[in-house]
Design a protein around this ligand. Structure first.
Ligand SMILES: Cc1cc2nc3c(=O)[nH]c(=O)nc-3n(C[C@H](O)[C@H](O)[C@H](O)COP(=O)(O)OP(=O)(O)OC[C@H]3O[C@@H](n4cnc5c(N)ncnc54)[C@H](O)[C@@H]3O)c2cc1C
Length: 400
């Protein structure tokens, strides 16, 4: 049965992070009425290593958001140093473009501002609790600002861009159990890590059995320190997450001697479990985009790219569904296929990389091999940087 609504929009986008803001910007530019609802007040922080692959710049340019991001003077990084547990290392350089290192509050605010400028309305500090339905079709959301009144907001299309713990994905029963190991991410900004002159234009990724930590130099001299470790290690430590963070950081052999002067410059953010398997990313009246549509382990750093590129695919499908309601279901089914062909190859590459980091001797073998085969390394970093096709890289990596 249809529920009466307080107001109606063509599209309601739940979540104003990069996926939601970019989808909203593209739909508003096509003259649809768009409402973005986010539970946070922007600029809001987000647990992230804040290392956006070179492919992100390309999509931001297409979105018309690049100038605003560039004005924030992000650090531009040429690549990433991979460092194994026994000190074996390899500095991989992106063959095209540079990565962007910028605090997420600034990056996300810039993309959301583009959505506003294009005509999207944004409700901040407002949480979506549930979905409205007409029969099987999603027809809107139930939202409330702080402790304010509950509002029933009608939508011809609901876009679930509400991140790793998506309410829209849960309410549409889209999430399936995955076999991915349970991992938790702990992120902060630090000063005083010795030897950071070597970080002039490269990030560092340190790997040891069961855990890894990324260092990304940010504008202004701070470094983003993002550690991923088994969720069970965090649970065992109980309340003392801060103690766990410093203890675990010192266990990375190539970092241990560089921490005498280290100081945290903002609070520690944590999130987990770092996995989300969403095989079907759209259905009658809704689609999912960004982390809400599936999450890969952040080692290979493609979340922001997937959010923005996914938004382009989502906006094209949403536009088609809104223009021709009789063919909306076909347009949304096509969206699921388009996502698969856009993201499956990189997912396969990420799985392969995961196998290497799970077995450190294999990783160290791979690092030595990359040093000996510069063309293979270039291909790998092109694919990891989201500027080159992962298929050719996969074939080259698997060749004996
Ligand atoms: C530890 C860690 C490190 C990472 N490092 C990197 C990296 O270096 N590079 C990279 O590219 N990616 C990285 N990622 C992934 C990246 O952060 C995400 O892929 C990216 O933020 C996805 O964008 P999004 O818009 O889908 O979701 P988000 O950025 O999470 O935005 C979702 C928004 O939805 C809002 N929201 C949630 N629930 C509701 C609700 N019920 N009602 C209203 N609003 C709601 C939230 O407030 C939030 O603003 C990392 C992730 C983690 C966890």
């Amino acid at each position: 049965m249809a529920t009466s609504v307080d107001e109606s929009w063509d599209a309601v986008v739940v979540g104003g992070g990069p996926a939601g803001a970019a989808t909203a910007a593209l739909l508003a530019a096509r003259r649809w009425s768009v409402l973005v609802i986010d539970k946070a007040r922007f600029p809001r922080d987000k647990a992230c290593a804040e290392f956006a692959s070179p492919g992100v710049e390309i999509v931001l340019r297409r979105l018309g958001a690049w100038e605003a991001v560039q004005a924030l003077q992000p650090r531009r990084l040429r690549g990433m140093q991979l460092i194994g547990p026994s000190g074996e290392r390899f500095a991989g350089t992106y063959p095209r473009g540079r990565a962007i290192a910028l605090p997420r509050p600034q990056l996300d605010q810039a993309v959301l501002d583009v959505a506003r400028k294009r005509g999207a309305t944004v409700w901040e500090n407002t949480r979506v609790h549930d979905l409205l339905r007409e029969g099987q079709r999603v027809s809107g959301v139930v939202a409330a600002a702080g402790r304010g009144a509950v509002r029933h907001v009608g939508a011809r299309l609901v876009v679930g861009a509400d991140g790793l713990h998506s309410t829209v994905a849960r309410r549409t029963d889209a999430i399936r159990p995955g076999w991915w190991p349970h991992r938790t991410g702990l992120v902060t900004h630090c000063e005083g890590i010795d030897g950071l002159d070597t970080l002039a234009s490269y990030g560092e990724m340190h790997v040891r059995p069961g855990a890894y930590v990324g260092l990304a130099p940010l504008p202004g001299g701070c470094v983003n320190v993002a550690m991923v470790l088994p969720t069970r290690a965090v649970r065992q430590r109980g309340q003392d997450v801060e103690g766990l963070f410093w203890h675990e950081l010192a266990q990375f052999p190539a970092l241990a001697g560089r921490l005498a002067r280290v100081r945290r410059t903002k609070s520690l953010l944590g999130t987990g479990p770092l996995r989300r398997h969403v095989p079907v990313t759209a259905g009658p009246g809704y689609l999912l985009v960004g982390d809400a549509a599936g999450f890969l382990d952040p080692f290979t750093g493609e979340g922001i790219y997937r959010a923005l590129r996914g938004a382009e695919l989502a906006a094209a499908a949403a536009d088609a569904a809104l223009r021709t309601p009789a063919e909306a279901d076909a347009a949304l089914a096509e969206y699921c296929r388009a996502r698969q062909s856009a993201f499956r190859p990189k997912e396969a590459l990420c799985l392969l990389v995961q196998a290497f980091i799970a077995y450190p001797p294999l990783l160290e073998y791979a690092l030595r091999r990359l040093r000996r085969r510069p063309r293979l390394a270039q291909r790998l970093f092109g694919a990891l940087g989201d500027t080159h096709s992962p298929w050719a890289t996969l074939a080259a990596l698997l060749r004996p």
